[in-house]
Design a protein around this ligand. Structure first.
Ligand code: ATP
Ligand code: MG
Length: 493
């Protein structure tokens, strides 16, 4: 067999004359290495009570043979002789997967290759190809049952639950795991995401979703989101803003929080109807029901899915809910005819909500003040984007497109603008390979003034923030956001 980079470059099913050769020449020498399973992550001829598996393969980073969570990230491979049809063996594979509660199974006789996923008590064929085209399809196969991909989807959960688990070098004596948990409606099945990961491309829409993200705090993400939203609205676009940050700064910035009083009706509505509920339920809390119109922030007004401080506490719960990462995309899909542009404000961290934003968005803007800390943080942004793009590939979504790094909160000092700024912008491209946006948002005190507007209701002073393009359309800052809106529209057209 010819090798490149330690991997066989080709597989010829004609070389497999019997089951033993399918196992050795196809599975051991070709398939497992191509899927990233090194020796020690898989076992052959595994006996588990009455069950005898040809191969039991583990995706978990540190696994224990007796750890149910690790089996739940596993894969069973059953090899048959090229002289046998696969049909009669499907029921048996279903029995193995449901008894062991393993998510994936492969059935192959060398000539035909099939991947099954277990949804509850049933298995479904989610991929199939001829052995002769396996090399052409290996990239696709890797996105379904490759070790990295399975680890990414499920590994986080395993490691969280079993932080001290260590790799076990000993041969397997796997006790029968706990009986499978029957999923209830309030507890979505941990693998329910598989149904959605089958390659069914969503129809093309004209609605565009843009995440505004940098893991560095205070670089102007929220200020950019709300003022860009207003400027886009002035361009005749129907704009939805999603606040995915538990600080809820966007929610405040557009004037959706009026009274500090927790008993206030509006505050109550907000604490029970915000992005947390949107993310927690597949069926309930559609965006249309949760979004509120920020009437006085800008004209025409924009809609906002608010955030609440409680979102912080929901992270662990949502993290264990496998389908939560799909919910925002799905719910946005439901409003694709209601909005032209969705802007997502994100938290200054690499947390789950940053991930959700990058999964749901088509485009990314990275605001940065271009100072050393923000620049160093760009590496983290790139790593997260790469990670999310791998995941997107798995669910048949194209990678997120970078609109650019947006120079933000930039000093207006003439010497700085003339000599330092161009170097800093160049450094972003040279060091990180990231393109800059053409627009620049300068540091302008006026922005804070718009945000601090108040009005009097029933003798009480309540926040009444205005976008800069509404508050003072002719000012330099308003012009910068209008230019940014035009650049964005040109790039996403
Ligand atoms: N262009 C600007 N000129 C002047 N001040 C700005 C500008 N942009 C943002 N600010 C101010 O900088 C501070 C941080 O801005 P903002 O909240 O938008 O940043 P952020 O990246 O969203 O922060 P966080 O990471 O905490 O969410 C705020 O006080 C805001 O008013
Ligand atoms: Mg913010």
């Amino acid at each position: 067999m010819a090798y490149r980079g330690g991997l066989p470059v080709f597989f010829n099913p004609e070389q497999c004359r019997n089951e033993t050769e399918v196992e050795s020449k196809f599975i051991v020498q070709y398939l497992l290495p191509h899927l990233g399973y090194e020796p020690g992550t898989w076992y052959q001829e595994v006996e588990l009570g009455k069950i005898r598996l040809d191969f039991l393969v583990f995706a978990a980073r540190h696994y224990q043979m007796d750890c149910r969570a690790d089996i739940a990230s596993g894969l069973v491979i059953e090899a048959k002789s090229p002289h046998y049809h696969l049909g009669p063996f499907v029921k048996k594979l279903e029995y193995y997967l449901t008894e062991l509660w393993v998510p994936y199974g492969v059935l192959t006789n060398g000539k035909l290759f099939k991947i099954y996923s277990r949804i509850g008590e049933k298995i479904h064929c989610i991929f199939e190809c001829r052995g002769s085209s396996i090399h052409a399809q290996i990239g696709m196969i890797r996105t379904i049952i490759g070790r990295d991909e399975i680890q990414m989807l499920q590994g986080m959960r395993c490691e969280k639950a079993y932080p001290s688990a260590k790799a076990s070098p000993s041969p397997p004596h796997l006790p029968k795991p706990d009986p499978p948990k029957i999923p209830t409606s309030s507890q979505p099945h941990p693998l329910s995401f598989l149904q959605k990961s089958s390659p069914i491309p969503l129809p093309q829409t004209t609605m565009r979703t843009i995440a505004v993200y940098h893991n560095k705090g205070g670089v102007g993400k929220t200020t950019t989101v709300v003022n860009l939203a207003a400027a886009l609205s002035k361009q005749g676009k129907r704009v939805l803003v999603i606040d995915l940050d538990s600080q809820a700064n966007t929610t405040f910035a557009v004037g959706l929080v009026q009274f500090d009083d927790e008993e206030d009706a509006l505050s109550k509505t907000l604490s029970d109807n915000n992005i947390q509920q949107v993310l927690s339920s597949e069926e309930m809390y559609p965006i249309k029901a949760v979004a509120q119109t920020a009437h006085s922030f800008c004209t025409p007004p924009i809609d906002v899915v608010p955030a609440h401080i409680d979102l912080m506490r929901a992270e662990n719960e949502l993290n264990s809910q496998e389908n939560a990462r799909f919910i925002l995309s799905q719910k946005l899909h439901d409003v694709e005819h209601d909005y032209d542009i969705v802007l997502i404000d994100t938290p200054p961290s690499l947390n789950l909500f940053a991930r959700y934003a990058l999964i749901a968005a088509d485009y990314l803007i990275i605001p940065s003040d271009l100072k050393p800390f923000a620049n160093q943080g760009l590496k983290n942004v790139q790593t997260l984007v790469k990670d999310v793009n791998n995941f997107r590939r798995n669910i048949n979504r194209t990678p997120i497109q970078l609109l650019g790094v947006l120079a933000n909160k930039i000093s207006t000092n003439a010497r700085f603008v003339q000599s330092t700024l161009p170097k800093r912008m160049q450094a972003v491209t040279d060091r990180y390979g990231l393109k800059m946006m053409e627009s620049i948002i300068y540091e302008r005190e006026f922005l804070a003034k718009c945000a601090e507007q108040v009005r009097i209701i029933d003798g009480r002073e309540v926040p009444d923030p205005r976008s800069v393009v509404d508050f003072s359309p002719g000012c330099a800052s308003a012009q910068e956001f209008q230019d940014l809106a035009l650049e964005v529209l040109a790039k996403i057209a």
